[in-house]
Design a protein around this ligand. Structure first.
Ligand SMILES: Cc1cc2nc3c(=O)[nH]c(=O)nc-3n(C[C@H](O)[C@H](O)[C@H](O)COP(=O)(O)O)c2cc1C
Length: 200
């Protein structure tokens, strides 16, 4: 099948995640085309789409959510899966779980699943503001991307495509505390709360 893979990334770690999804689908015999959200083609002409973004302060990057919004009607006509890249840490990456926004994104694209995948943080590459935010929330630096989890989730997508069934979401990747959110709070809340403290 011809599969469109779309990503949005600020510092590059999501680019490699999208590439790994593409490679895994290609290894399963699918024609996987990987594109950055700002310049990605419309989903017409593709049998399925896998769309994702790095997560910043609880939200997808604008390019990815704008792509999803602009092509919602076409996306709803084909199988779609969504992925977010973000949580940081080794044993229990934080913030754990899907961002609050995930439900809206899934609804708008009629997606069959949303997976949250651990990300990577290289402090030396961050803008001043981003460095401040990560310092305030004590986000751990390092590369926590779990290639096995990424491939396993993608195989689930391929299985579903081949059987024409929905795929089960992968387990959220394992890793350590960064944005230490209370379980019931949204992703963005602890970041904003601590920033308010700093600014006050
Ligand atoms: C300022 C800042 C805010 C972040 N906020 C979140 C967040 O709310 N949720 C999350 O899961 N990850 C968050 N992260 C972690 C990033 O999503 C992670 O580093 C990701 O791998 C970045 O992807 P990119 O390199 O493709 O831009 C944040 C990182 C930074 C620098």
């Amino acid at each position: 099948m011809k599969v469109l893979i779309v990503y949005a990334s600020k510092y590059g770690s999501t680019v490699d995640v999208a590439a790994a999804i593409g490679e895994t689908l290609r290894a399963r015999g699918h024609a996987a085309h990987v594109h950055e959200a700002g310049t990605a083609p419309a989903p017409d002409g593709y049998d399925a789409a896998v769309i994702g973004s790095a997560v910043y302060v609880g939200s997808w990057l604008k390019a990815a959510s704008a792509y999803l919004e602009a092509h919602a009607a076409a996306l709803r006509e084909r199988p779609v899966w969504l992925y977010g890249v973000g949580p940081l840490g080794l044993e229990d990456p934080q913030p754990a779980g899907d961002p609050e926004q995930a439900a809206t994104l899934v609804e708008s694209a009629g997606a069959r699943g949303y997976v949250t995948l651990a990300g990577a943080l290289d402090r030396s590459r961050l803008s001043l503001v981003d460095r401040l935010i990560t310092r305030v929330v004590k986000a751990p630096a390092g590369d926590f991307r779990d290639w096995e989890a990424i491939r396993a989730w993608t195989h689930g997508v391929a299985d579903a495509l081949e059987r024409r069934e929905p795929a089960a979401d992968a387990q959220p990747s394992k890793a350590a505390a960064a944005f230490a959110a209370p379980a019931a709070a949204s992703h963005a809340a602890p970041v904003r709360a601590r920033l308010d403290e700093v600014v006050a």
